[in-house]
Design a protein around this ligand. Structure first.
Ligand SMILES: [Zn+2]
Length: 288
């Protein structure tokens, strides 16, 4: 059963992207900042408590996370909405200076599945432009709220993006054959997302609840440990405005240390996994 009539999955050998390990991790960080509010209306800028909660991400969370990544010498991928890049250019500069990858996360964090095609196009193009103005050369895309559409994938291919991390029908990367070109898919999952564990935002209501770091660490470590048996790709999704809190960034660091101590988990950037997967995929079918 196809996910969509225009899409065909192409599997690739595990060895092509696993880098000799038992499992691999892509540490990813969605730098949403104020974009979650601005997608719902500029009037939220008057709600200073909520704005300040969102600004904690680039102001406090990103520097702390960058320090952890540097301490353990692991690469990461930061997905940045265009409006975040415009409001926090120094944050994008710090991410790039540290050698991490920057991916597109829309412009105003509008969810593609709820937008007409012209708005989807504007979101992607404005998001890309804002990042390119700061010297980033994004290869990867993650749909806000993981709401990718076939239109999104067409726009990605049109703009030379080669990697999506929004679809959940696997726990290994694969190639998506589309009429517009090939893309690598790096599947995320809500189990490996900090939003479901840590988010409490009453207005606008974006809440999930506040869980202990012990529970979160257990969830993530258990999944990663099991992935060492299934040779999977662990796409961890964190938001600096949530995971930048002191106890949570410490839990993130413990998760990274655990992965390194096992000795058979490769830490990879999303664009590197995508390159390997696309290079390993067999030649496209002329016809089905
Ligand atoms: Zn987001």
């Amino acid at each position: 059963m196809r996910l969509h009539p225009d899409l065909r999955r192409v599997g690739v050998p595990v060895d092509s992207w696993l880098d000799g390990g038992a499992a691999a991790i892509c540490l990813t960080f969605d730098v949403d900042a104020e974009s979650n509010l601005l997608s719902r209306g500029d009037h939220y800028l008057e709600h200073l408590s909520t704005v300040s909660h969102q600004q904690y991400g680039p102001r406090i969370g990103v520097p702390r996370i960058l320090a952890v990544l540097q301490r353990h010498d692991v690469p990461a991928t930061f997905f940045v909405p265009g409006i975040t890049a415009e409001r926090w250019p120094e944050t994008v500069a710090a991410i790039l200076d540290a050698g991490h990858a920057v991916g597109v996360h829309g412009y105003r964090h509008l969810t593609p599945a709820e937008q007409p095609p012209d708005v989807q196009r504007r979101e992607l193009e404005d998001g890309l432009l804002a990042l390119e103005r700061l010297g980033a050369q994004p290869r990867c895309y993650r749909a806000p709220s993981w709401s990718t559409t076939a239109c999104t994938l067409r726009l990605m291919a049109e703009h030379g993006l080669t990697c999506d991390s929004s679809l959940m029908d696997d726990d290994r990367p694969y190639v998506l054959e589309t009429p517009w070109g090939r893309l690598a898919e790096l599947p995320p999952h809500w189990l490996l997302d900090d939003w479901e564990q840590y988010a409490y935002i009453p207005d606008p209501d974006l809440s999930e609840g506040i869980e202990t770091t012990g529970k979160v660490l257990e969830l993530w470590s258990d999944e990663l440990d099991a992935m060492r048996q299934t040779q999977s790709l662990c796409v961890l999704t964190c938001h600096p405005l949530l995971s930048g809190r002191p106890s949570r960034v410490r839990a993130l660091e413990r998760f990274i240390v655990q992965g390194k101590e096992w000795g058979d988990v490769a830490f990879l950037r999303c664009d590197r996994v995508a390159e390997a997967v696309l290079a390993a995929a067999p030649a496209p079918y002329a016809a089905e």
